[in-house]
Design a protein around this ligand. Sequence first.
Ligand SMILES: NC(=O)c1ccc[n+]([C@@H]2O[C@H](COP(=O)([O-])OP(=O)(O)OC[C@H]3O[C@@H](n4cnc5c(N)ncnc54)[C@H](O)[C@@H]3O)[C@@H](O)[C@H]2O)c1
Length: 444
Amino acid sequence: MDKSMQGRYRTQLAEKIRKRQAKVGVLGLGYIGLPLALEFAKRGFSVIGIDIDANRVRQIQEGKSYSPDVNGTELKRQVRSGRLKATDGFELLEGLDCISISVPTPLRGEETPDISCIIQAVREVHKRRKKGQLIALESSTYPGTTEEVVLPILSEGGYKVGRDFFLAFSPERLDPGNVKYHTHEIPRVIGGVTTACGELAGLLYRQIVKDVTIVSSPRTAEMIKLLENAFRNVNIAFINELAQLCFRLGIDIWEVIEGAKTKPFGFMPFYPGPGVGGMCIPVAPRYILWKAHKEGIKLPLLERSCKVNSDMPLYVVERVRKLLAEGQRRGRALKGSKILLLGMAYKKDVADTRMTPALKILHCLRQQGAEVSFSDPYVPKILNYGEVLESKPLSPALLKDMDCAIIVTDHSNVDYRQVIRHSRLVLDTKNALKGLTGPNVFRL
Ligand SMILES: NC(=O)c1ccc[n+]([C@@H]2O[C@H](COP(=O)([O-])OP(=O)(O)OC[C@H]3O[C@@H](n4cnc5c(N)ncnc54)[C@H](O)[C@@H]3O)[C@@H](O)[C@H]2O)c1
């Protein structure tokens, strides 16, 4: 027998994975977990998806997709074939061979990692253990989580990692709504607690993705994921600062970026905007900063980038205030003005509103006495501190009724010519009006 494949459970599990007979469980069926569960099912694995949200489970059982990355027809096919099952109970964990955990990792308050969902999920796994399972954590988290938090729970009762069970961290890098890169096209990095853990996790993920890189440890893989998001945060902050300078200098930042992009090496474009949202870009830097703080280390550049991006909504409101006061409708104040936010989602062509800067803009405008409404083809309503705000259908009458429309999200299916034609004033924070001009049109 190959020496690297010694160990009874390890050999058995490898065999099951190769033959696609391993039973796969996905805990957390959100933006990340559902596409992953579907991918395993498509490749012939028997998959159990588990989520505490009974509503999501029911939708999957009915073959209805709530994710931009999951095709409803394919979902229906896999559910009908019996390869993909969804449940809101944890009982079925018992019979599984491989378990992937994709639960939320938000912030508690504005700065502290909240990994309570990981801990709850891991405890459920531990309660229903069978020997020889592979557990892969996919949720983005701070370096050390897998080895310092997950491993001790799974080791309770004398289970030995690398022999009785296998544990790895494999960050998900999906970009929801991105039509170019789907789960199976996005390369994976994996860090196993032991060599066997890394190899088995690598074997599993190679069944669904083309490219897998095994790194030396879970903490390395955890840091890789945070680096990717923090890198975006810092660069977006830089371009947001530069956009503010360019505006003062009368230079079009969007033209500057297009020009810089003509350099075939050493430059990567990032774009300004109303702030960052979602569960990755604003969150990852906080996970790094929290860990750095625990080590007594300061990361002022990263810290500053968070501040620049979180202040962008205030900058947008200030620009609107000045436009109302100085523009064609000179003398108009924010107080009493009607403002329409075009887009509530934190990014283009998705319905996700988590940590969206649009809400911060809304609050800030309201604080200054503006009457604010929103229109988003993907977001029918949003809960704002207990108040339900409903999206208004975009129409010439709505636009004409507004003092200003702010393009917060550059959804593709919005008729921007109509927006220009019927708005008194438009502030475009995303260059959604690229190539379109008008005396009423202003850009970030
Ligand atoms: N959305 C993204 O763009 C993205 C990209 C890469 C990585 N991630 C990371 O992936 C993880 C999941 O993110 P998401 O966007 O899919 O979140 P999500 O909120 O869309 O989905 C998470 C799901 O987990 C469920 N859940 C919570 N606790 C659970 C438990 N104990 N057991 C079972 N289910 C539970 C929730 O009900 C929810 O349906 C996060 O760590 C996130 O940072 C997200």
